[in-house]
Write a protein that binds this ligand. Structure first.
Ligand code: DX5
Ligand code: ZN
Length: 214
């Protein structure tokens, strides 16, 4: 079985102790650091931007998995690359369909991975034609915007369809409401990367929490 990539979301960390909380997940065995960028337009919440990413780049060598939940993502890609992103994922719902491939190529032109995400209400068939241009597909299992929401099981079912059309190298990531039980549902359907915020950061022992997801 191939390795499951665990990407803890720092949205559930203590922002007053962000460096400490990133080291915490690194020591607990995280593979990536998931960074949720929200603009108050594409989603109702506002979180963090490139300057914060730049400053946390100093505390870890783990890859930065940047999840853009913003309108007009192309405009900010360079900023996040320069801040130290290793993977940049944007939402298909945030862009004109005609520009999806161009944005993927633009992200990859910096030598980093490109991801495409879909919200729970978006038909997965809409992304099939673009999958070949991406390194990662992010299937949201909650409505993007907030941590700590309940897993939407119907969204996870999209993984099977996407998996059927995906080539072997494509990373299939899920995000939202992931815990040890929902992780199992998703990995059985074919997901090989799990984002988890509250489950890891609220756990007594982050290492045990991460191991229970694998
Ligand atoms: C939600 C974000 C998630 C969030 C997940 O819009 O994209 O990454 O941090 O939080 P949990 O794991 O608590 O559902
Ligand atoms: Zn996310």
């Amino acid at each position: 079985m191939s390795k499951i990539i665990i990407s803890p979301s720092i949205l559930s960390s203590d922002f007053a102790n962000l460096g400490r909380d990133i080291r915490l997940i690194e020591n607990a065995g995280a593979d990536w650091v998931h960074i949720d960028v929200m603009d108050g337009h594409f989603v109702p919440n506002i979180t963090i931007g490139a300057p914060v990413v730049k400053s946390i780049r100093k505390v870890t060598k783990l890859p930065f998995d940047v999840h853009l939940m913003i309108d007009n993502p192309r405009k900010y890609i360079k900023d996040f690359v320069e801040a130290g992103a290793d993977i940049i994922t944007f939402h298909i719902e945030a862009v004109d369909r005609k520009s999806v491939v161009e944005i993927a190529d633009y992200i990859k032109s910096f030598g980093i991975k490109a991801g495409l995400s879909i919200k729970p209400k978006t038909n997965p068939e809409e992304i099939l034609e673009y999958m070949a241009y991406f390194d990662l597909i992010l299937i949201m299992t909650v409505e993007p915007g907030f941590g700590g929401q309940k897993f939407i099981a119907e969204s996870a079912q999209k993984i099977s369809l996407i998996k059927r059309f995906a080539d072997e190298k494509l990373i299939l990531q899920v995000d939202g409401g992931i815990n040890s039980e929902t992780a199992r549902v998703c990995t059985r359907l074919g997901a090989n990367s799990l984002v988890a915020g509250s489950y890891i950061y609220n756990a007594e022992n982050a290492c045990d929490a991460i191991n229970s997801l694998r």
